[in-house]
Ligand binder design. Structure first.
Ligand code: GLP
Length: 234
């Protein structure tokens, strides 16, 4: 079932997400699936400012660029440290290794991480083309961790964070859609007009690999936190 929560801004969205995490912790959630991108930032700030304690919990991140070392300020390792882990440490945090020399082995390793640490609550953002994690249109709904070729539109959307477009990695390692769907509970944040089309496809559209997030219709506990603009086509 999909539950849609409309909020006036990201601060209110962060508050809603925070309540879900807080309740999860109170109910013994131990593994938190985390996402990068701008959409969850206000939420992480709210978590950081709180007294929630994750020192006995595990985090498992969705994805990482191929080719960026953890010290690169555009890597998702770096993002997570800056936005969350430095201030709210987990007992153990997993992020795919974008520098792995043997990518197939890394994909396998990460699948094992997910199997050993079943996610209780998974945070998601969404790409303008409906991608979740870095599972671009065409990714099968039962995919495991995979290496993905980023689409031109994703590279363009993410270019704002890099000095120039040529610096944006063209590949990433991402938890698959099948792995994401295994989480017990999923919380997706989407803000702004550029996400309206993707949100419409996610909530009302047919289940199609053209809109990866439409796979969430197969899950029984999804909460979508949206502002007016992202919800404008619903
Ligand atoms: C990236 C990430 C996704 C994220 C998306 C949207 O491509 N891999 O996990 O959801 O961007 O990012 P933003 O929230 O900045 O719009």
């Amino acid at each position: 079932m999909m539950k849609i929560i409309k909020v006036k801004d990201q601060v209110e969205g962060a508050q809603k997400g925070f309540e879900i995490f807080k309740e999860g912790l109170a109910n013994d959630a131990k593994v938190f699936g985390l996402a990068t991108g701008s959409s969850p930032i206000a939420f992480y700030q709210k978590v950081v400012a709180s007294d929630l304690d994750f020192t006995e919990c595990t985090s498992v991140n969705l994805d990482e660029y191929v080719g960026l070392p953890a010290e690169n300020d555009q890597s998702y390792h770096y993002f997570m440290k800056e936005n969350l882990f430095n201030k709210k440490p987990f007992a153990k945090s997993y992020v795919p290794n974008g520098l792995a020399s043997d990518i197939p082995a890394e994909l396998k390793r990460y699948d094992q991480v997910i199997a050993d640490n079943p996610v209780d609550i998974q945070i998601l953002g969404i790409g303008q083309n409906g991608h979740i994690g870095f599972n671009e249109p065409g990714s099968s709904f039962d995919s495991n961790t995979q290496e993905v070729q980023l689409t031109e539109s994703t590279i363009k959307a993410n270019a704002r964070f890099f000095e120039n477009e040529a610096d944006v990695p063209t590949k990433a390692i991402s938890m698959g859609i099948g792995s994401i769907l295994k989480a017990k509970k999923i919380v997706l944040f989407a803000y702004g007009e550029s996400k309206a089309e993707a949100i419409k496809g996610t909530v009302e559209g047919p289940q199609t690999t053209d809109v990866p997030a439409s796979a969430l219709q197969l899950h029984d506990d999804v909460t979508i936190i949206v502002d007016e603009a992202a919800a404008s086509l619903l």
